[in-house]
Design a protein around this ligand. Structure first.
Ligand code: FAD
Length: 106
């Protein structure tokens, strides 16, 4: 199995990419699908300490699925919470769109 770092980088890419393609105005089905997905993801993620902490984060900070912007900002804060735990720099969430959706301009 991949190491925790390689798995983590790939997984953040998947999660932020899902956020980038999430509609600005999701239907009720799309909202409940995303909620189910993140809930199941947090149970199945194959790094058990990571999964446990992520479930704890989700219990404190409910996933926001009402729009692409709400979800991407929630996910950015969740990723920053892990960054803090690991002693990595905080990502500026106002630049989320540039990083994950529209591309860096520089
Ligand atoms: P990563 O953190 O993997 O980030 C990849 C890229 O995303 C960065 O280069 C940057 O461009 C961008 N980015 C960084 N922060 C943000 C942000 N806040 N919002 C948007 N984009 C951002 N590892 C552990 O050792 N212990 C854990 O408990 C743990 N828990 C994890 C929980 C989850 C749900 C996931 C998906 C991963 C977890 N990891 C954990 C792995 C860890 O988060 C990193 O993926 C890994 O350490 C590799 O880090 P990295 O420096 O390559 O960048």
């Amino acid at each position: 199995p991949p190491d925790v770092e390689t798995l983590g980088r790939s997984t953040w890419t998947l999660l932020h990419s899902i956020a980038a393609s999430y509609p600005e105005t999701p239907s009720q089905t799309q909202r409940s699908d995303l909620l189910s997905f993140v809930g199941l993801f947090s149970k199945l993620y194959p790094c058990w300490v990571c999964a446990e902490d992520f479930q704890g984060y989700m219990a404190r900070q409910k996933p926001q699925v009402n729009s692409r912007d709400d979800f991407s900002q929630w996910l950015c804060r969740a990723h920053n919470d892990v960054n803090k735990k690991l002693g990595k720099p905080q990502f500026d969430c106002s630049r989320w769109d540039e990083r994950w959706r529209t591309g860096w301009k520089d």
